[in-house]
Ligand binder design. Structure first.
Ligand code: AMP
Length: 287
């Protein structure tokens, strides 16, 4: 029986000491802890991670930190959507126990210089278009793991390469955290929920679901062994009104290297609608 209040009773930790104090008190009572790292501007996709977390651990911590080191110099750090009050209300209603909202200076104090380089898996796909992005992600996630020391951490399949980078990271560095991937939450028309969807104009929003439709078609063709599956997908997106397609690639689902017969494959894509860059992915095998 879960007696915890699913209301405004959420605790906010603004620094590592407060976070550790709250978690230590739970640990003393023998409770397990799940961590859901986010950059805020929360939507139903993030809340699906919280819901899943609550089934896996006694306590759920969500972090909200717009991590500057994972944004490139020409990316959207300064205009990234922020809604701390709305986020806290959503997390409280979702039954999250604590929200960790550190300031940039708490995470990267004067003199900070360490950096975790995830290696080749972080240089493919997104890594080609966003150099240094996954080093920023791996470094901040490793810090969050060291700060919260959760039993389990949840990441969305929406950011599939990120999920695989984190899986590799915890294996390579023997970090004692179980990583759980959560299926992508979509709008009724198939568009993957994303904080960046807020940037889309009404006309762009009408075109956006074509990304998911196209990936489903590419996955179907890839299953049938069609060698031009990805190239046909790129053509379809450009035809639909996407300004540019950074990539559509069919990859090994774990290493994200070239697909290997007999192993699971995944199709991943990034494409621009006007000034907004959307990413999405699907299993090549039907779920
Ligand atoms: P973000 O705030 O965009 O960094 O995302 C925080 C976490 O939520 C990441 O693990 C994302 O993969 C996950 N996430 C974002 N959008 C979705 C979605 N539509 N469905 C499932 N998980 C998502």
């Amino acid at each position: 029986m879960d007696n915890r209040p699913a209301g405004p009773g959420i605790t906010v930790a603004r620094n590592v000491a407060e976070l550790r104090r709250a978690i230590a008190s739970w640990r003393k009572g023998g409770e397990s802890v799940a961590l859901v790292p986010t950059m805020g501007a929360l939507h139903a996709g993030h809340l699906a991670l919280v819901a899943r977390a609550r089934t896996l651990a006694a306590r759920t911590v969500a972090s909200i930190f717009v991590n500057p080191t994972q944004f490139g110099p020409r990316e959207d750090l300064s205009r990234y959507p922020r809604d701390p009050a709305g986020d806290m209300a959503k997390l409280a209603a979702a039954g999250c126990d604590l929200v960790f909202m550190p300031a940039v200076a708490e995470m990267y104090p004067e003199g900070f210089s360490a950096r975790i380089e995830p290696g080749p898996i972080g240089e493919l796909l997104e890594g080609r278009f966003r150099p240094g992005h996954f080093a920023g992600v791996a470094t901040v996630v490793a810090k969050l793991f060291a700060q919260a020391q959760p039993d389990v951490a949840l990441f969305g399949e929406k950011d599939y390469q990120q999920l695989q980078v984190i899986r590799r990271l915890v294996r390579d560095l023997d970090i004692p955290v179980r990583i759980e991937g959560v299926p992508t939450v979509r709008e009724a028309d198939g568009l993957a929920l994303s904080s960046r969807n807020a940037y889309l104009s009404p006309a762009e929003r009408r075109i956006a679901p074509k990304l998911h439709v196209t990936l489903a078609e590419v996955a179907r063709r890839a299953r049938q062994g069609e060698p031009e599956a990805a190239a046909r997908g790129i053509e379809a997106l450009l035809h639909a009104g996407f300004a540019k397609v950074d990539y559509i690639e069919i990859c090994d689902a774990e290493t994200l290297g070239p697909p290997v017969t007999g192993r699971k494959a995944r199709v991943l894509a990034a494409a621009w609608l006007g000034a907004t860059r959307l990413i999405d992915n699907l299993a090549v095998e039907p779920a």
